[in-house]
Design a binder for this molecule. Structure first.
Ligand SMILES: Cc1ncc(COP(=O)(O)O)c(C=O)c1O
Length: 412
């Protein structure tokens, strides 16, 4: 643990008297033994704390939506349904995952380029709001709605003229496959097909994985104002202004957690300044990783320990086929280490530290889980724990690559 704390933002995990990592009150070795395979362990109490913390510093009428692409594990979705005010899906497959929890009647939006006709039809059937990514998509949705004799809920996803500065993934500003350019929005609204589409509002998603309160506040304020400008041309008052989210997670050494108090205070000021104009409109913040990343630990056993030309390698039975992001191949330019520790020697004041490279079992040099990490001297059978793995894990990784066993998941 000392190693992880030295370089990464503090972790919310403890160990028992044997030095064994505890997750959700359970020993990591017990969990690993139960699954006999690499496993993602999600701690629901940490998710609860994160959502509560965010709510405490955001305007009380801000709606929090969960983008399920971050983690669509069924028990976790069920848990999230009790915490958030809505969901965002990015495919009919994700919509289907949500529909397996019919007890949740929270609003759902569907964003993402390239929606097929069958997906648009599924969205209409599910009464989900389609966030339109192009004029062509608008026309197809209207046509399908007419064929069904239904009114489809639809919002415009605007490609804004600004971006979320410094974000890990920029989703707005410039030429983008996402959303409709802001300059084209007034024209589309003025010719809105009222017979087929029930106008809901706007979504402006400018980026993801930002740790800068200043950049986030600027993007949220800009999004609010742009949505308001566009609303003048709308066929009816907007019910929803989805201003995106973008709150990041301190994955790497030196990263600092987002100052959510500052983001909340700035958004409250922006919303207050526009209070009269948005009285009838729900302002939505849409987040994925921020809710769930901290609550997830990836556990994988060491199957081999070897030396090669002076370097020690710990070879695990997991790898990038379960957790691509940790290997650095999911949007990173230069690979950096996630927080990592030996689960079975998590809290002791260790004296026998050694510098190791942790790798996965795939026969590719891309499969790196930790470079030059100082860990207590590890043995075959020990368990490597990688932290902040609750988002973009199994479903964002190439699970079929090399046909190794799939990982397991559990929510505690
Ligand atoms: C439209 C949309 N919503 C939500 C998200 C979730 O982003 P994050 O997990 O960083 O909060 C993304 C990520 O790409 C997105 O494209």
């Amino acid at each position: 643990m000392a190693n992880a704390e030295k370089t990464h933002a503090a972790l919310p995990y403890t160990a028992d008297e044997d030095g064994m990592l505890l997750i959700g009150g359970e020993r990591a070795d017990d969990i690993a033994a139960r699954f006999d395979a690499p496993v993602f362990v999600y701690d629901r109490r940490l998710i609860d704390q994160t959502v509560a913390r965010l709510r405490a510093c955001m305007p009380s009428d801000l709606r929090l939506h969960y983008a399920i692409k971050a983690n669509p594990f069924a028990p976790l979705l069920e848990h999230m349904a009790g915490l958030v005010d809505g969901f965002d899906v990015a495919s009919a497959g994700e919509l289907e995952r949500l529909s397996q929890h019919p007890q949740s009647d929270l609003p759902v939006s569907f964003a993402g380029p390239g929606k097929r006709d069958s997906e648009l039809a599924a969205a209409i059937d599910a009464e989900c709001c389609v966030n339109l990514e192009s004029e062509g998509e608008l026309n197809r949705l209207a046509q399908i709605a007419r064929q069904k004799g239904r009114l489809a809920k639809a919002a415009i996803r605007i490609n804004p003229p600004f971006e979320l500065r410094g974000s890990g993934m920029r989703m707005g500003g410039g030429a983008k496959p996402f959303g409709i350019d802001d300059v084209d929005v007034p024209g589309l609204l003025q010719s809105w097909p009222k017979d087929a589409l029930d106008f809901q509002g706007f979504q402006i998603f400018t980026g993801s994985q930002s740790l800068s309160a200043e950049a986030l506040s600027e993007a949220h304020g800009n999004a609010l104002r742009l949505a308001l400008d566009c609303a003048c041309y709308a066929p009816k008052p907007a019910k929803i202004f989805n201003i995106g989210g973008g709150l990041g997670v301190p994955y790497f050494p030196g990263d600092k957690p987002v100052d959510v108090d500052a983001v909340g205070a700035s958004l409250a000021a922006a919303m207050d300044a526009l209070r009269d104009q948005i009285a009838e409109t729900k302002v939505v913040m849409e987040l994925g990783r921020f809710f769930v990343a901290e609550a997830g630990v990836y556990l994988t056993r060491i199957v081999d320990k070897k030396r090669s030309r002076g370097t020690t390698f710990l070879v695990t039975e997991g790898g990038l086929h379960h957790q691509l992001a940790v290997s650095g191949n999911f949007g990173q330019v230069f690979r950096k280490n996630y927080p990592v520790a030996l689960a079975n020697r998590f809290s002791r004041a260790e004296t026998d530290l050694e510098t190791v490279n942790i790798v996965g079992c795939l026969c590719t040099p891309l499969d790196r889980l930790g470079d030059d990490v100082d860990l207590p001297s590890a043995q075959v059978g020990d368990i490597v724990a990688i932290f902040r793995c609750g988002a973009y894990g199994p479903t964002a990784s190439p699970s079929g690559f090399l046909s190794h066993p799939a990982c397991q998941e559990i929510l505690l």
